[in-house]
Design a protein around this ligand. Structure first.
Ligand code: F6P
Length: 409
């Protein structure tokens, strides 16, 4: 629960659009971003309700508005998903994402009425796309892999899915002159319309969506090379690299040259050990303060044993709640996540490969975002030295691969 102020209303994000317009992709991305920022967020996908209740065997005719049984069942499941979403918000959730076609104006009015009567704010996010290449790519990449078409010949499955889209298109009414709060995404990034959007979280969603695109490029995360403090087991500080640390800087530069088909963007923190790790790179790195290591405040420069012996309460408090524990005059992981938000937005915006050279705590926080995990699940995760974590965008998330670089390679 992370409402900005006690009177902030829970938010319902209602997705709108024909099938194969990227609604699920958009919904999941928004959910991942808001969850990472600490908002309790959940997606309610009507397709999952259908599969759970009726199985995966239903074919296109069932989705025709004139199919009485199909229409009744779909309407009932839409109601059930919305009821669950509202129950989630009543139970303390911050944001519920309603992933269904919500194709008609009447339907959207009904959803808006139901949510506002429960004290929720509602924002519609409509995805419009008429580009046949994008639609076909979406069908091939996501729909044909859906459990609905497991074991079905891909051509047959694609035909069936196109017929399903046609049924929906016959009744579809795009959002137009509706007195609603909405964001319209046209051709996935070509044009965006923002109408009556108010509030902190809806504003964040707008800026997040403005930076999304469909270009596939890797994100490489790595720690700086070994530093003098790492050798001594001391935290924080601004030490130089060791000789092995510099060897890593060299092999990392080689890795980047080898792997980059297009020139990458290279970002590092402002701390010496990170800047030095980029010094052999083919391109100059951009230094971000936001990428600096967690500020250990009065514990900066100490070893963990020294903290435990000299400041046992601090040591115990941190062990009890690592996410929220703030070092005296320093930072918590929750603080680090807040300051990393612009890095996430900028990474999403980039269409070139991105290399981020940073520090253990910062990389754990970034990794949680890219792998869609709660930050608290990553706070003790190992991020080994001399290793590049490669994250490549897939249809719904990032696929991971690790490259361990040989210092003598
Ligand atoms: O030990 C290296 C280091 O980057 C420190 O500078 C930093 O305080 C620490 O790791 C973060 O890890 P943890 O949150 O587990 O203490």
């Amino acid at each position: 629960m992370r409402r900005i102020s006690p009177d902030t209303k829970p938010l319902v994000v209602v997705l709108v659009g024909l099938p194969a317009r990227g609604k699920t992709y958009i919904g999941r991305k928004i959910a991942r971003y808001l969850s990472w920022l600490g908002y309790s967020t959940r997606v309610f996908n009507i397709g999952e309700y259908r599969r759970e209740r009726l199985g995966t065997h239903l074919r296109q005719d069932w989705f025709d508005a004139t199919h009485a049984e199909g229409s009744a069942a779909r309407s009932e499941m839409a109601q059930a998903a919305l009821a669950d979403l509202l129950a989630f918000l009543k139970g303390g959730g911050d944001v519920g994402i309603y992933d269904a076609t919500n194709a008609t104006r009447a339907r959207r009015d009904e959803v808006a009425e139901r949510c506002t009567s429960k004290g929720c704010q509602v924002v519609f996010v409509e995805s419009i796309c008429e580009d046949p290449t994008l639609i076909e790519a979406n069908i091939r990449e996501t729909k044909l892999r859906s459990p609905d078409y497991a074991g079905v010949d891909p051509e047959e499955a694609a035909r069936d899915f196109r017929a399903r889209i046609d049924h929906c298109a016959r009744v579809y009414e795009p959002i137009q002159d509706d007195p609603l709060s909405y964001i319209k995404l046209i051709d996935f990034g070509r044009l965006m319309v923002v109408h009556r959007i108010h509030g902190h979280v809806p504003g964040k969603i707008v800026s997040f969506l403005m930076n999304l695109h469909l270009v596939r490029r890797p994100v490489w995360l790595t720690r700086h090379g070994e530093s003098e403090f790492n050798r001594e087991g001391r935290i924080g500080g601004d030490p130089d690299l060791t000789a092995d640390g510099d060897k890593y800087a060299r092999v990392l530069a080689y890795f980047v040259r080898e792997k980059s088909v297009t020139p990458p963007v290279i970002w590092c923190s402002t701390l010496r050990r990170a800047v030095q790790t980029t010094r052999h790179m083919p391109l100059r790195a951009l230094q971000w303060r936001a990428l600096d290591e967690i500020d250990a405040g009065t514990c900066d420069g100490m070893t963990y044993d020294e903290i435990e012996a000299q400041l046992p309460k601090e040591y115990a408090d941190r062990a009890a709640d690592k996410l929220n524990y703030r070092y005296p005059r320093g930072e918590s992981y929750a603080d680090v996540i807040q300051r990393l938000e612009p890095v996430i937005i900028e990474t999403e915006r980039q269409t070139s490969p991105v290399l981020i050279v940073a520090h253990l705590a910062v990389l754990r926080a970034l990794y949680a975002y890219f792998t869609d995990q709660k930050p608290e699940e990553c706070l003790t995760m190992e991020v080994p030295f001399n290793t590049v974590i490669e994250l490549k965008p897939g249809p719904y998330g990032f696929d991971e691969r690790r490259h361990v670089l040989d210092l003598n390679g």
